[in-house]
Design a protein around this ligand. Structure first.
Ligand code: 5GP
Length: 178
């Protein structure tokens, strides 16, 4: 079973639930009186996005974009927009929802694109943050958990498209990706 491929759980389902509630409350406070466009980056943001928006006590709209840069456990550094927005975001306050900020290249590219399309403001909510790997000087305004430089899967994060459905964030056994 795929769950047997997990060496250890890094962040439990309970911890994620609790943190999503806290971030949801913070965003609701910060965006009080506004209707932000909550923009999930497919596919990794899906579970985090679903959990987070349940805890927003303000009006919001949701949208998705797909961006690719990873293959296996390594980013190839070349960020491609696979699915662009199909609506105007001129004057909108956008909150990008990401699974993890690693090198920062994805966020740099998406933020640049959103501002070029006329967004009024762009912030980032990321479930995970791996600051040790950062190449671009960019930070998410809302971070679930800061993690060490390890390749993680679960709660949206994949290895070759698998393990996204794990309800926690964990580390795979070495033999599963070597
Ligand atoms: P960045 O552009 O910041 O280097 O990378 C962001 C993307 O890389 C994330 O959205 C995610 O898809 C992928 N990524 C970075 N680190 C990890 C990791 O530890 N595990 C998995 N599964 N994906 C990662």
């Amino acid at each position: 079973m795929f769950i047997d491929d997990v060496e250890r759980v890094l962040i439990s389902e309970e911890e994620i639930d609790k943190r999503c509630k806290e971030i949801g409350a913070q965003i609701s406070k910060d965006y009080s009186g506004k209707t932000p466009v909550v923009l999930g980056l497919l596919k990794g943001s899906i579970p985090f996005m679903a959990e987070l928006i349940k805890h927003l006590s303000i009006d919001c709209e949701i949208e998705f974009m797909a961006v690719s840069s990873y293959s296996g456990t390594e980013s190839n550094g070349d960020v491609k927009i696979v699915k662009d927005l199909d609506r105007s975001i001129i004057g909108e306050d956008v909150i990008i929802v990401e699974d993890i900020v690693d090198t920062g290249k994805t966020l740099e590219k998406v933020k640049e694109l959103l501002y070029s399309k006329g967004a009024n403001s762009v912030t980032v909510a990321s479930l995970l943050d791996k600051p040790d790997r950062r190449i671009i000087d960019i930070e998410a305004e809302y971070v679930g958990f800061v993690i060490p430089n390890e390749f993680v899967v679960g709660f949206g994060l994949d290895f070759n498209q698998k393990y996204r459905n794990l309800p926690f964030v964990g580390v795979l056994k070495e033999e599963c990706y070597k």
